[in-house]
Design a protein around this ligand. Structure first.
Ligand code: ASP
Length: 443
C-alpha cells in the first residue's frame, strides 16, 4: 500500500475505535463529555501518540519556514519578481476568502440553522439556559490560552515585528514575525555582495534540504499519529450535542465542501488551467494531515513537500505562497466565522440587518488573517465579531458550538490548506511554471 492509503486506513480504524469508545465508555454527555476510567485511559494513550506526532511536525516548522523563504527570495535576485509575486498572492488570498465568506453567508441565510419553524430554536435555547455558566466558562478557558486574545487583530502588525530577532524562532505562534524576519533576511541577502553571501546562502540551502528530509521521515509515522489524533477526537465527541446542532453542523460542512469541491476546482481549471483532479491527488497527504491535525501550521511541512514533489511547483513560489498562506489565508476559517456568528444571532433572536451582515463579512475577512493556524483558533475571531456587532449574551451559544468544534475544525483546516496550495498553483502558472503536467508523482 502507498503511504496515503495507510493514512486513510488509519483514519477509518480510528473512527471505528473512537466510536466504539464513545458508545461504551461515556458516563455523561452534557455539557461536557465525561468518560469512565477505561475510556479515559484509552483517550490518554491516543492523546500521547497524537501529541508526539504533532510535536514532530511542529518541530520542523520554524527552520522550514525560515530557510524556504530566505532561499526562495534570495534566489529571485534583484528582479522585480518579489513585488509581482506578492501582489498576485495577496490578491488570490483576498478573492478566495471573500468568496468563501459569501458562500457561508448565503447558506446560513437560506437554511437558517438557528431557527425552527421560523422561530429561534427552543431546544437549543433550553440547552444553553440550563448550562449557561459552564458554556461561558468553556469559552473563557479557551480564550485564556490564546496568544493575543481579543487584541489579536489590532495587534497584527505589532506582533509581526519582534523586539528581538530570536523571539521569532522561539515559538510556533509567532509565525507572522517569523515570516517578516525571513523576508527581510532573504531580501537583504540579495543586496550583500561579499563572499559571505555565498556561504550564508549555501548554509540555508543545506538546512532547507535537511528539514524537508526530516519531514519525510516524520511522515513515515503519520498513520500511527493520525490514528491517535482521530481516535481521540471521535471518542470525545458528544453525539447528543452533535444531533442537537445537526442542522448547524450540516450547513457548515455543506458550505465548506462547496468551497472545496466547487469553487477551488473552478479556480484551478479556469484561473490556472490545470486539472483539479490531479491537484487533489497531488495534495492528498496534506489534505489528510490537515484534516487530522486541525492545524494549518503543523501541516505546512507536508503541504510544501507535496506541492514541490507531487505538483511540481518551484521552490521559489512554494516557499513564498505557502508559509504566508498558512497564517494569512484561511478560507475555511473565514467561512466558518461568518456562519457561526449568524447562527448565534439566529438562536438568540438577534435581528441582523443587511448592513450588520456586511460588517460581519468584513470582520470575518480581516480576523481570518490574524487567526493562528492551530486548533480552535477561530474562536477568538468569532468572539471579536459578536462583540463588534453587539450581540448580547453570545458567549453561552459560542460555548455550545465549541462542543462540536473539533470535527468542523478538521474540515475547515483541510479547506484552508487546500486553498493555500491552489493559490500556489495559480501563482506558479501565472509565472510560466509547468505544474501538474504529466502523470501525478507517487509520494
Ligand atoms: N484550525 C484552523 C487552522 O489551523 C484555524 C481555525 O479555524 O480554528 O487552519
Amino acid at each position: 500500500m502507498k503511504p496515503w492509503q495507510w493514512i486513510l486506513v488509519a483514519m477509518i480504524a480510528a473512527l471505528v475505535t473512537g466510536s466504539i469508545i464513545n458508545a461504551t465508555c461515556v458516563v455523561e454527555t452534557e455539557p461536557e463529555l465525561v468518560l469512565n476510567r477505561t475510556g479515559e485511559i484509552l483517550v490518554s494513550i491516543f492523546d500521547y501518540i497524537g501529541t508526539i506526532f504533532m510535536n514532530l511536525l511542529k518541530m520542523v516548522i520554524v527552520p522550514l519556514v525560515f530557510t524556504s523563504i530566505v532561499v526562495g527570495i534570495a534566489g529571485l535576485g534583484k528582479s522585480s519578481g518579489f513585488a509581482r509575486l506578492g501582489i498576485k498572492t495577496i490578491g488570490y488570498y483576498a478573492l478566495t476568502s471573500l468568496i468563501a465568506i459569501l458562500i457561508g453567508l448565503t447558506m446560513v441565510n437560506v437554511f437558517k440553522p438557528g431557527l425552527k419553524d421560523g422561530q429561534p430554536n427552543e431546544a437549543i435555547q433550553q440547552q444553553i439556559e440550563g448550562n449557561a455558566d459552564k458554556y461561558k466558562g468553556a469559552v473563557e478557558g479557551k480564550l485564556a490560552g490564546q496568544e493575543g486574545g481579543m487584541s489579536a487583530v489590532r495587534d497584527l502588525f505589532i506582533r509581526m515585528i519582534p523586539q528581538n530577532v530570536f523571539e521569532s524562532f522561539g515559538a510556533n505562534n509567532k509565525m507572522l514575525s517569523l515570516i517578516f524576519v525571513s523576508i527581510l533576511t532573504g531580501v537583504g541577502l540579495i543586496f550583500i555582495s561579499s563572499s559571505g553571501r555565498g556561504s550564508v546562502l549555501g548554509f540555508f540551502e543545506g538546512l532547507n534540504e535537511l528539514t524537508l528530509l526530516i519531514t519525510n521521515w516524520v511522515m513515515i509515522l503519520a498513520p500511527i499519529g493520525i490514528f491517535g489524533l482521530v481516535a481521540e477526537t471521535t471518542a470525545q465527541t458528544g453525539i447528543p450535542i452533535v444531533l442537537l446542532l445537526g442542522k448547524y453542523f450540516l450547513v457548515v460542512v455543506a458550505a465548506l465542501l462547496t468551497h472545496l469541491f466547487v469553487v477551488m476546482p473552478l479556480i484551478l481549471k479556469f484561473l490556472a488551467g490545470v486539472s483539479p483532479r490531479k491537484h487533489f491527488y497531488a495534495m492528498r497527504n496534506a489534505l489528510l494531515t490537515a484534516f487530522s491535525t486541525s492545524s494549518s501550521s503543523a501541516t505546512l511541512p507536508v503541504t510544501m513537500n507535496a506541492l514541490m514533489k507531487n505538483a511540481g511547483a518551484s521552490e521559489r513560489v512554494t516557499s513564498f505562497v505557502l508559509p504566508l498562506g498558512a497564517t494569512v489565508n484561511m478560507d475555511g476559517t473565514a467561512l466558518y466565522e461568518c456562519v457561526a456568528v449568524m447562527f448565534v444571532a439566529q438562536v438568540l433572536g438577534f435581528e441582523m440587518a443587511l448592513t450588520t451582515q456586511f460588517t460581519v463579512v468584513m470582520l470575518a475577512l480581516l480576523t481570518s488573517i490574524g487567526v493562528a493556524g492551530v486548533p480552535s483558533a477561530s474562536l477568538v475571531a468569532i468572539t471579536i465579531i459578536v462583540y463588534n456587532v453587539g450581540i448580547p449574551n453570545a458567549e453561552a451559544v459560542i460555548g455550545l458550538i465549541l462542543a462540536v468544534d473539533r470535527p468542523l475544525d478538521m474540515t475547515r483546516t483541510a479547506v484552508n490548506v487546500f486553498s493555500d496550495s491552489c493559490g500556489a498553483i495559480v501563482v506558479a502558472k501565472s509565472e510560466g511554471e509547468d505544474v501538474l503536467s504529466g502523470e501525478p508523482a507517487e509520494a
